[in-house]
Ligand binder design. Structure first.
Ligand code: FAD
Length: 563
């Protein structure tokens, strides 16, 4: 695989399609278009999945709560995509049980929730990861002893899927590159190039490391910039009829599973406003989210505040009063922006944040710019296919394209880590192969972790460890992340900064007790050797990561100021 630098060096100045934005949507578009035979370039101003696509609730789900808003079309689409993604990325998209405790005074009775479960399973044509079950209070108490039992009427257990959002994005970026697309991180679209009729014909793009600028001419440009969508549109024309988006902020907090241990996800209603949120099991950790509040700042600066953290703690403690958590238990936080399409102004009041539809829209501007807005991580593949269909139509109608371009094939072809995955989805089988490929060097825990993270590509990592035992060393004592992952991140997954490795190639930022600060310098040393960094660049990259960690903890100082 080419590195990030070689992708920049080779960036073509004449392509069929230029994609701006390297989140799940943009990477999905690039993969889809390259597979159809288009010449594609994608530019991402930070790292792939830097934006919302590494800051979601990490679920591939139908969204049970949207049934309450009668969004049956959205739920049907999402549960269909859930099924497809389980096949395309079986290592990354895994069934997860959700317990939905219903209490006295709940806004819906238990029978109503149970009926909703049938509808949910029905919309998936009964191809849910598992069909839901009704649990009585005794069964619930056995399953989750710490759950508040007062007033509990029962709790359906239904199934959706968990994922690693950043890695799902990366696998799309990597596969797009395998198919011949130039995918360049740390490359910002600065301005558009237009023809004499005012049609967009490409963009001036800037290497965020060197400051160099290149011209990329393209027959069509797709704007996949998520929460930055309006900023990208306004690079071409003013937003005369107001912003397209209504971005809302969502925050999660991470605690050790020793503080809050749950065998399944638990659906909670916040005691103050009855908003739905989740407590989600995550191996040795548990995370809780999310909030939903309007946000009008710069998307890159979104962080958790003290109010956000307190709101999530309050909900958690209402559901698990016997094992309360406090602010000192919060190991990490993350905050992201939903790129929601703004609802039309309604008579007699505004729509609340949580009621804004999650449907997506594809809009073609007067200038020919195709913008994709709204949607979900879960539905990225379908959104991407629709956007590429639109780009192909524009190419044919306006560009006189004569080539016979294949239709989208992304519903069939697995992502790189899914190629060769066992049909019975037995993760332990792959684990055993990984142990064997490492010549017995990797223990079962590390091998399983690598299999779940990289799918069948974990075998190549294991072989590299067998050839060079230093690669099998853990990055943090007692944790499964190993040195080989830093090499893999740089050599196979375009990692270009310490933060890329700590946050989106591994999850040390979220999961390690000190958010990976203890191994930051070691990771920076390793990247220096691989990328030929000067000492200054190494220092800057390590310091930028430490700053990122500090920003995610800034809410703690807010508290100091307030008390
Ligand atoms: P992004 O991931 O934000 O990508 C846009 C990219 O464009 C960014 O990386 C940015 O750096 C880049 N960019 C911007 N301007 C430029 C420029 N000028 N040049 C180059 N690059 C540029 N969905 C689910 O299905 N399941 C969930 O569990 C879920 N949970 C969520 C929880 C929260 C808190 C939030 C906020 C969202 C959640 N979502 C979930 C929604 C989902 O995460 C988003 O819909 C999805 O990630 C959006 O992806 P995107 O590619 O459109 O945007």
């Amino acid at each position: 695989m080419p590195t990030r630098q070689s992708q920049w060096d080779a960036l073509d100045n004449d392509v069929d399609l230029l994609v701006i934005g390297g989140g799940i949507t943009g990477c999905g578009v690039a993969r889809d278009a390259a597979k159809r035979g288009l010449k594609v370039a994608l530019v991402e101003m930070y790292d792939f999945a830097f934006g919302t696509s590494s800051r979601s609730s990490k679920l591939v789900h139908g969204g049970l709560r949207y049934l309450e808003q009668y969004e049956f079309g959205l739920v049907f689409e999402a549960v269909s995509e859930r099924r497809i993604l389980m096949d395309l990325a079986p290592h990354l998209v895994n069934p997860l049980g959700f317990l939905f405790p219903v209490y006295d005074g709940h806004r819906h009775k238990l029978w109503f929730i149970n009926a909703g479960m049938w509808l949910y399973d029905g919309l998936s044509l009964f191809r849910s990861p598992k069909t839901h079950k009704k649990l009585n209070t005794k069964e619930v108490a056995e399953l989750v002893p710490h759950l508040n039992a007062e007033g509990l009427k029962g709790a359906p257990l239904y199934y959706d899927c968990s994922t690693d959002d950043a890695r799902l994005t990366l696998e799309n970026a990597v596969d797009a590159a395998h198919q011949g697309a130039h995918v360049v991180s740390f490359c910002k679209a600065k301005s558009f190039i237009k023809d004499e009729n005012g049609r967009i014909r490409g963009a001036m793009v800037k290497d965020m490391f060197s400051g160099d600028v290149k011209e990329v001419r393209a027959k069509v440009v797709i704007n996949a910039t998520g929460p930055w969508t309006d900023r990208t549109i306004s690079m071409s024309q003013p937003l005369e009829s107001g912003p397209l988006l209504r971005p809302t902020k969502g925050v999660h907090i991470v605690v050790s599973a020793k503080k809050l241990s749950i065998p399944h996800a638990v659906v909670c209603m916040h005691p103050d406003d009855e908003r739905v949120l989740f407590a989600l099991p995550w191996g040795d950790e548990t995370y809780i989210g999310t909030t939903d509040t309007d946000f009008d700042g710069d998307p890159k600066d979104v962080e958790a505040t003290r109010d956000d953290v307190e709101y999530l703690i309050e909900a958690t403690n209402a559901y698990f009063p016997g094992t309360p958590i406090c602010k000192d238990d919060v190991r990490a936080t993350w905050a992201g922006l939903r790129p929601l399409v703004a609802p039309p102004p309604k008579e007699g009041g505004s729509v609340s944040e949580s009621a804004v539809s999650r449907e997506h829209q594809i809009i073609v501007g007067q200038d020919g710019l195709i913008s994709i807005a709204g949607g979900k991580l879960t539905t990225y593949r379908r959104m991407s296919a629709e956007a590429v269909d639109m780009a192909v139509r524009v190419l044919q109608v306006v560009g006189g394209e004569k080539r016979d371009l294949a239709p989208s094939k992304t519903d069939k072809d697995p992502l790189p880590g899914g190629i060769g995955w066992p049909d019975d989805d037995d993760h332990d089988k792959v684990r055993d192969q990984v142990v064997e490929a490492s010549g017995g060097l990797l223990d079962e825990k590390t091998a399983r972790f690598l299999a779940d993270t990289y799918g069948m590509r974990a075998l190549v990592i294991a072989e590299r460890c067998a050839n060079d035992q230093t690669l099998a060393a853990p990055l943090v004592d007692g944790r499964p992340e190993i040195v080989a992952q830093v090499h893999w991140a740089v050599e196979e997954e375009f990692a270009a900064t310490v933060s890329d490795v700590m946050t989106r190639r591994t999850q040390l930022f979220y999961r390690d007790v000190d958010q990976g600060l203890g191994c930051t310098d070691a990771v920076a040393d390793c990247m220096q050797a691989l990328l030929g960094w000067s000492d200054d660049v190494k220092q800057e990259s390590a310091d930028a990561y430490r700053k990122q960690v500090a920003a995610s903890r800034a809410w703690q100082h807010e508290e100091d100021a307030a008390e």
